[in-house]
Design a protein around this ligand. Structure first.
Ligand SMILES: *Cc1c(COP(=O)(O)O)cnc(C)c1O
Length: 530
């Protein structure tokens, strides 16, 4: 059992790193290292050697070296002022448990290398399935551990989860039929010929995640056949426009293979009208997938789960535990409404994944897989529903507070209102704001564009400088803010997940941005001279 004890004494470099990671919730390793902001090109110089070293080295020497070159220049994702991405702080208990998981080195592809981890993973999928679909006890008794069924697939992340969902949708649509052996066996060309379709399409809003494009590419459907449907001003898909697009496609003999609803868009955090999309999918007779990679965790809040109402009508749902569920990266899931669905992608091999075996590898895109489900299991048990209720409500309410705080400033502008715990905004000096409003009221697109272009430069300047200063971090993206004459603009993007992010920190973020804005010599002077 040597593997479960500290490999080094607590005072060794490795020991210190581990202690800091576990205990220093305010941003790891701040005390031990002087994190000087070093440009990436400088950091690259520490990783130039291309020859595998001939001589072995001591672990302690290696750790010492990595402390300087790697750890000192890693990003402080756990800092409470790091509010720019979906990657955030982890609970303290995850580190020792991850060590145990790595030490056991189980491979979930087959029972022969995972034994108890396989039922554990099936249980995690069952719990998540229940969170989404809320089926009754006999349902889970019948299917959770059944060899020829599965309630979902565990995978490395939302990308693979979305690919898996659309893979199933494709194979179910172009299934074996008489002499035709199905798309999985015979390929897309023959499948289309057999079924008499000219093409396939997937419908999703313009806010759909780029992983859907990868899926379309891999599945032979083609990126051009992801039909982007415009959103209304609230960043939710316009269902009437989606229906029109579907009708246009069907008239051209292009079969709508799936429609995708986004439950928590990556850029603005908004949720598509899922009930209406479910109705549309029913009318079209197509697969309904919900990409809730980020937003799905909100279902753990009894207070706010109504925001995702309709998700239980989806044929498949993607949820990433490594986003709002406080699990380390590498924990994606796709859940299936119907436990038979996974049979559409089932594959067998002689040495493993034999027919009738409970090997999870027969229904997953990935082969060898680590026991990450254990860490989801751990969080579900240790944090529990009540713990998640607090964490999630807290984040959502903090985002609402931040939204109000921004709206109350005369030199900041909210670009998208937080529905979950994600929002976007930008810095717009008060004087510029009234000029912009006048131009919008006058429908003067050229003037709005002129102002927006300068504001884009200013926003990028502030965001980059703020990141370099290293005190706090927000990300940036380009969206169409409400009431901006349909023009895109660069905006700050904030994701609130860290329970230690206080109202004071949020206030400081705005103060810091205001101060940085004053340092800009390229865009601000021009804006003020308008
Ligand atoms: C993050 C995200 C994904 C991709 O998930 P990965 O875990 O990064 O592969 C897909 N869809 C949405 C809506 C996301 O937010």
């Amino acid at each position: 059992m040597r593997i479960f004890t500290l490999p080094e004494a607590p005072n060794s470099t490795l020991g210190k790193i581990e202690k800091n990671l576990s205990e220093n919730l305010m941003g790891f390793l701040k005390e031990n290292i002087v994190a000087v902001e070093k440009p990436l090109s400088e950091i690259e110089k520490d990783f130039q050697a291309y020859q595998i070293p001939a001589a072995p080295s001591f672990v302690s020497d290696y750790a010492e070296q990595m402390m300087q070159t790697l750890i000192a220049h890693s990003v402080h994702t756990s800092a409470p002022s790091f509010i720019g991405h979906m990657t955030s702080a982890l609970p303290y208990f995850v580190l020792p448990l991850s060590k145990m998981m790595v030490g056991l080195n189980q491979n979930l592809v087959k029972i022969e290398t995972s034994k108890a981890f396989t039922p554990l993973e099936r249980q995690v999928l069952g719990m998540m399935h229940h969170m989404v679909y809320g089926q009754n006890e006999p349902f889970y008794e019948s299917w959770m551990h059944s060899a020829s069924h599965s309630l979902g697939a565990f995978c490395s992340g939302g990308t693979v989860a979305n690919i898996t969902a659309l893979w199933i949708a494709r194979n179910r649509l172009l299934k074996p039929d008489g002499d035709f052996k199905g798309v999985a066996q015979s390929g897309l060309m023959r499948a289309l010929r057999h079924y008499g379709y000219d093409d396939l399409a997937i419908l999703v809003s313009t806010r759909g995640h780029y992983s859907l494009g990868k899926a379309a590419d891999l599945l032979g459907i083609g990126r051009d056949n992801i039909v982007s449907v415009p959103c209304a001003a609230d960043n939710k898909v316009d269902v009437a426009k989606m229906r029109e697009a579907a009708e246009r496609l069907e008239a051209q003999n292009i079969k709508v293979m799936a429609i995708v609803g986004v439950a928590g868009t990556t850029e603005t955090g908004n949720i598509d009208p899922l009930k209406e999309l479910a109705d549309l999918a029913e009318q079209l007779g197509c697969h309904f997938h919900v990409d809730a990679a980020w937003g799905g965790a909100s279902l753990l809040s009894n207070k706010y789960r109504h925001l995702l109402a309709g998700i239980e009508r989806a044929d498949s749902v993607t949820i990433d535990a490594h986003k709002q569920m406080y699990v380390p990266m590498g924990a994606g899931m796709v859940l299936f409404k119907d436990p038979e669905f996974a049979n559409a992608i089932k594959h067998h091999a002689e040495y493993i994944l034999r027919k009738g075996s409970k090997d999870l590898g027969s229904q997953t895109l990935e082969g060898s897989r680590p026991g990450m489900a254990m860490l989801v299991h751990a969080c579900l048990q240790v944090i529990g529903r009540d713990g998640y209720e607090i964490l999630i409500n807290n984040s959502l309410e903090k985002a609402r507070y931040f939204g109000e705080l921004i709206a109350a400033q005369d030199d900041f502008q909210l670009a998208s209102r937080p529905e979950l715990c994600l929002l976007t905004y930008r810095y717009v000096p008060a004087k510029v704001q009234s000029q912009l409003n006048e131009a919008i009221a006058a429908n003067d697109a050229a003037r709005v564009s002129e102002i927006n272009t300068l504001l884009d430069g200013l926003t990028k300047f502030i965001q980059k400088r703020q990141r370099e200063q290293g005190k706090s971090f927000v990300s940036r993206t380009r969206i169409i803010p409400a009431n901006n004459l349909e023009q895109t603009s660069v905006v700050f993007r904030v994701v609130l997940a860290n329970p230690l992010t206080s109202k004071e920190i949020l206030q400081q973020v705005l103060d810091e941005q205001r101060e940085i804005a004053k340092l800009d010599t390229r865009f601000l002077p021009k804006l003020l001279a308008l």
